[in-house]
Design a binder for this molecule. Structure first.
Ligand code: HEC
Ligand code: HEC
Ligand code: HEC
Ligand code: HEC
Ligand code: HEC
Length: 215
């Protein structure tokens, strides 16, 4: 008679298989996690001190993106508008709205509004708005239909593969300079010709060297 009963044998076998599979399951789990929207922040709504609704502020016939994000064409960061920019309108319109109380407090008592970031690449990644916008990549290519968002969400993964996919072949994403902030521009029928012209005019390169983004 053996030391183990047949039932104990079965249990041992299950434990043995589980121990073998554990590292595989852990690695798979981590990989899935790293690609999940939870980890990339995609579609995550950030609670802000003031509920600025982009649907009411950023329609094409409304306020231009660059009016509020006024460093987007000249510097690495797009910029978040100052309290003064808000008050340029809101000292006259909706000037008693309770929703705008934090804006008035910031304006009259000083101290900036503490906006929370939605998009953020890690410190070891270099990103620059001005070069993208200046070479014909519109806000919509990376941020989606912001004009339809009650609360701004990150639509892209911002993962390295996402950046690289465009850098390998940016031409299909190019648009004329006057449409850079437009959310409703639809490409004309001859768009391929147009994009090739734009690529030539801007001198668009395929930047895939590590040094482009890690410097
Ligand atoms: C009236 C001013 C105003 C206009 C116009 C405006 N924005 Fe904004 N935007 C803000 C403010 C304030 C924030 C910060 C609060 C928030 O995230 O909702 C913001 C946040 C954002 C963010 C997220 C920033 C982050 O932290 O990652 C993006 C992306 C953005 N705006 C894109 C756009 C685009 C694209 C347009 C034009 C279609 C536009 N905005 C028009 C004021 C404006
Ligand atoms: C160019 C003018 C303009 C600027 C600049 C502007 N807004 Fe507005 N805002 C409006 C208009 C117009 C409305 C009303 C929109 C509607 O209800 O259709 C509005 C509505 C709002 C409301 C809703 C008020 C309510 O009681 O429903 C909030 C909150 C708001 N804005 C916040 C901001 C903040 C924060 C800024 C600065 C980052 C800002 N706005 C800059 C024009 C502006
Ligand atoms: C090529 C992709 C790309 C394009 C095009 C682009 N953005 Fe961004 N945007 C990003 C990334 C990536 C971040 C995060 C940057 C960081 O962490 O430094 C960001 C961050 C932002 C922010 C947060 C604050 C800041 O100062 O950077 C705002 C606001 C914004 N973008 C607005 C815009 C607007 C408006 C346009 C069009 C005029 C635009 N973006 C075009 C990719 C893009
Ligand atoms: C939709 C297309 C697109 C996406 C997405 C995109 N880029 Fe770019 N990027 C471009 C184009 C086009 C250029 C300009 C190439 C040139 O200079 O000829 C550029 C240029 C750059 C440059 C400028 C290099 C220099 O010469 O200074 C950096 C840095 C950069 N991208 C980083 C990023 C990072 C980081 C991401 C992802 C978070 C990203 N890009 C996503 C299209 C894109
Ligand atoms: C167009 C921009 C771009 C280029 C070119 C690029 N990277 Fe990245 N890289 C990123 C971004 C954005 C991240 C952060 C997001 C992520 O981790 O996916 C990143 C993250 C990384 C990480 C962190 C680990 C990881 O995957 O999360 C390593 C390592 C790395 N890159 C190495 C490289 C090497 C090596 C090259 C050249 C073969 C390269 N990168 C080229 C944009 C770029």
């Amino acid at each position: 008679m053996g030391v183990f009963k047949p039932r104990a044998n079965t249990i041992m076998r299950v434990v043995f298989v589980a121990v073998l599979l554990a590292p595989v399951a852990l690695v798979t789990g981590l990989l899935l996690y790293a690609r999940s929207p939870f980890f990339t922040n995609q579609g995550f709504q950030v609670l802000q001190p003031v509920q600025l609704d982009h649907r009411h502020h950023a329609a094409d016939d409304g306020i231009d993106c660059r009016y509020c994000h006024d460093s987007v064409t000249v510097s690495p960061s797009a910029g978040i508008p100052s309290t003064e920019t808000c008050m340029g309108c809101h000292s006259q319109i909706w000037n008693t709205s309770p929703l705008l109380e934090p804006v008035r407090r910031s304006y009259f008592e000083g101290g900036p509004i503490r906006w929370q970031r939605v998009h953020q690449v890690p410190d070891f990644v270099y990103f620059n708005h001005a070069i993208h916008v200046g070479k014909g990549i519109g806000c919509i290519s990376c941020h989606g239909r912001v004009d339809q968002m009650p609360v701004v969400e990150q639509v892209a993964t911002l993962a390295m593969e996402w950046c690289l996919a465009c850098h390998r072949d940016p031409v299909p994403q190019l648009r004329p300079p006057e449409t850079i902030a437009s959310m409703s521009w639809s490409p004309p029928p001859n768009v391929d010709v147009l994009r090739r012209e734009l690529a030539e005019r801007y001198g668009v390169r395929n930047l895939t060297d590590c040094y482009t983004c890690h410097r």
